[in-house]
Design a protein around this ligand. Structure first.
Ligand code: SF4
Length: 363
């Protein structure tokens, strides 16, 4: 099946899920309210990975809405994205990096998404005006790279992707472009069945180095189809790096996370970051793992890797910067370091903080 057919057949309503979900009338109506706030989309391929006999199936938790989303504690902008927005859909938080929200669409609307304020909802915050973005970048020669994100950057049309990459390739002071996409995980056919997309990526990569950043969160997502998509991208000369979010009920186990990293390394998607789950409304209460526990899980997973599989960093994307979670110290303290910082004076700064057993974020 081609990817456009798959998108047409996405499960978007409770009816589309048929009798896979056992919900009484009251639960159905509560679930419908959740879907109005945070839409669902699950392509047939990803749906086939879910074990609906297991109500706590980790793949199901990533894709299928849950009544746990009714707990709206937390925030919809945990990393200060509004403050870093310099034009519609353009963020400039770290001196060298500009982030572009290319679309509000994704192949799948992940239940743990940290951009719930944007994805699948009426589009007001994405970057439409390429000329304005180009003008901004030309004025800011301190910017060395652009992260094309969303939503999912590969949900843009091929024509749009070509225009974006062409504009960025023409900015002389950019060293490289990153494309943030989860399609190798959720809709691998977007890559494997679309030769036009692959030739655009190959042609633009020849003009400016491109990296693909994806997000596998569980070893069962690393299927032959996903491996084929990653292999196809690597074959274009585009390195693939993976960012995993540490998630309760999905990968909060050293063996599971360790198995994920080994599988990723074996298909050439190098583990790059493990992100602490952000305190997002509807996400925080069901997915966040406390920092001390997270540290032990990540260290346990690291111990199962060879050198290449353990080159990732465990980080928290905080309003003040990307803070690496280094480890536990005695006396209830933990060590952290600024890997990226909004205020450059913080770059590389070590932090030692008392952290309680249930603490999962910094105020
Ligand atoms: S693909 Fe990324 S942006 Fe889209 S819903 Fe999933 S986590 Fe969010």
């Amino acid at each position: 099946m081609g990817w456009k057919d798959e998108m047409r057949e996405c499960a978007r309503t409770l009816e589309d899920l048929g009798d896979r979900l056992q919900l009484d009338e009251g639960a159905r109506s509560r679930m419908s309210e959740i879907l109005e706030r945070a839409p669902m989309a699950v392509p047939p391929y990803y749906l086939s990975l879910i074990d609906f006999d297991d109500p706590e199936d980790p793949i199901g938790r990533l894709a299928i809405p849950s009544l746990r989303e009714e707990d709206q504690s937390g925030s919809l902008d945990t990393s200060g994205e509004a403050d870093n927005t310099v034009a519609v859909g353009i963020q400039h938080k770290y001196r060298e990096t500009v982030l572009m929200l290319s679309t509000n669409e994704c192949a799948m609307y992940c239940r743990h998404c940290f951009r719930k304020r944007l994805v699948g909802l009426p589009d007001e915050g994405t970057a439409r005006d390429l000329e304005a973005i180009e003008a901004y970048l030309l004025e800011h020669d301190e910017v060395t790279n652009v992260l094309v994100s969303g939503g999912d950057a590969l949900m843009c049309s091929n024509e749009r992707i070509d225009s974006i990459l062409g504009m960025l390739a023409g900015i002389p002071h950019l060293d490289f472009i990153r494309i943030a996409t989860r399609v190798p995980v959720t809709l691998p056919s977007r890559i494997t069945t679309d030769g036009e997309l692959r030739s655009i990526l190959e042609r633009r990569r020849a003009e400016k180095q491109i990296f693909m950043v994806t997000q596998f969160d569980h070893p069962r997502e690393v299927t032959p189809e996903a491996a084929e998509a990653v292999g196809a991208v690597l074959g274009l000369g585009i390195p693939v790096r993976n960012q995993t979010v540490l998630l309760r009920g999905v990968n909060d186990d050293a063996e599971v996370l360790g198995s994920l990293f080994r599988k990723l390394t074996s298909i050439g998607a190098e583990p790059y970051y493990v992100f602490q789950c952000r305190p997002v409304s509807g996400v925080k209460s069901q997915f966040q793992v406390p920092l001390r526990e997270g540290c032990r899980i990540v260290e346990g997973a690291k111990a199962l890797q060879n050198g290449l599989g353990k080159s990732f960093r465990y980080c928290m994307s905080h309003v003040t910067g990307k803070i690496e979670i280094l480890g536990e110290l005695d006396g209830g303290r933990m060590a952290f370091r600024y890997h990226e910082a909004k205020d450059r004076a913080d770059l590389g700064r070590l932090l030692v903080r008392e952290v309680s057993d249930d603490q999962a974020w910094f105020d």
